[in-house]
Design a protein around this ligand. Structure first.
Ligand SMILES: [Zn+2]
Length: 311
């Protein structure tokens, strides 16, 4: 299947209003819109590495320093599964934040406003790292009750892998505490098993570290790259109550101490695909599912994950 068809299949709506798209194009950025040929949009340069993100801030949290170090050298494509509406500011404790960010009371913010805001924040982060293309699949959820969206996501990821044949893809690692992240791991795993593609798969961390007893690829970073990660994460202002930047920097220091015993180093550890995720190639969905479920030590959480994969 051609890339053009692929993109037609997968984009649910135009990514940006045309005037904004034009502005961004003039600044050297291209967002792929519905019906646009991805090859043309990328100027014939196919992305070498794809980052699959359940939410709008996962690329920056998951591989922020890697993006800071390599954005000049590699072509990235970001693919966002959900539209981020799940993070809607609802509680009274978020009042100050809602007033500050939206100029409204929490209960007055409609979902569309948050979706729009989260997309804009993602666009700013892409601009920050000069990421040439992003695909927003725009699903409200990929969890239980959204089987259609989940299936479409699997289809999309498989089509992208076949059409682009990236050297490497980044997906959430299966030990993540966030259910949506693990569903995204499952989606990408099923797609990788189905696609005729055999590139490298690395699992990145957002909600929790990769355990120390599994094979990883370690990458070391200078402070400056970590500062860039912090700056990029801070572009996601709607999420900033969670202080991910500091949490991630601490995790990187911890990883460096634990793996190479260097207190001043900063490392990011990515789970390598060929162990806990199996080899994936030709694996059944059940195999991918069981492999991910086996990474979840809490029985209740494991059952929740399996249930979510079923319906
Ligand atoms: Zn996330």
């Amino acid at each position: 299947m051609s890339i053009e068809n692929t993109i037609r299949c997968i984009l649910r709506e135009k990514v940006l209003p045309s005037h904004k798209e034009k502005q961004l194009t003039e600044r050297g950025m291209i967002y792929v819109a519905q019906g646009v040929n991805l090859d043309e949009a990328l100027g014939g340069n196919k992305p070498k590495e794809i980052v699959f993100c359940p939410h709008q801030d996962d690329a920056e949290i998951g591989i922020g320093p890697y993006l800071a170090k390599y954005y000049h050298a590699k072509g990235f494509l970001f693919v966002y599964h959900t539209n981020g509406v799940g993070g809607l500011i609802r509680d009274a404790a978020s009042r100050e934040r809602a007033l500050q960010l939206f100029g409204k009371e929490p209960n007055e913010i409609v979902p569309e406003e948050l979706v729009q805001r989260r997309r804009e924040q993602a666009e700013k982060a892409m601009e920050f790292f000069q990421v040439p293309a992003g695909i927003f699949l725009g699903y409200d959820s990929i969890k239980k009750g959204h089987a259609r969206e989940r299936e479409a996501s699997i289809e999309t990821v498989a089509l992208l892998l076949n059409a682009i044949k990236p050297e490497k893809i980044f997906i959430p690692q299966p030990f993540d505490q966030h259910l949506t992240h693990r569903i995204a791991t499952y989606i990408c795993g099923c797609a990788a098993a189905r696609a005729s593609w055999d590139g490298e798969i690395l699992g990145y961390s957002v909600w929790g570290p990769v355990p120390y007893d599994v094979p990883t690829q370690d990458e070391f970073f200078e402070e400056g790259y970590v500062d860039m990660m912090r700056a990029a994460i801070h572009l996601h202002k709607t999420e900033m109550v969670k202080n991910y930047g500091e949490a991630k920097a601490c995790m990187m220091r911890m990883d460096a101490i634990a793996t190479v015993n260097k207190p001043d180093a900063l490392s990011e550890r990515y789970l390598m695909r060929n162990m806990k995720l199996g080899h994936l190639k030709g694996m059944t969905r059940q195999g991918v599912r069981d492999s991910i479920a086996s990474c979840i030590h809490d029985k209740k959480m494991a059952n929740e994950f399996l249930e979510n994969c079923d319906k």
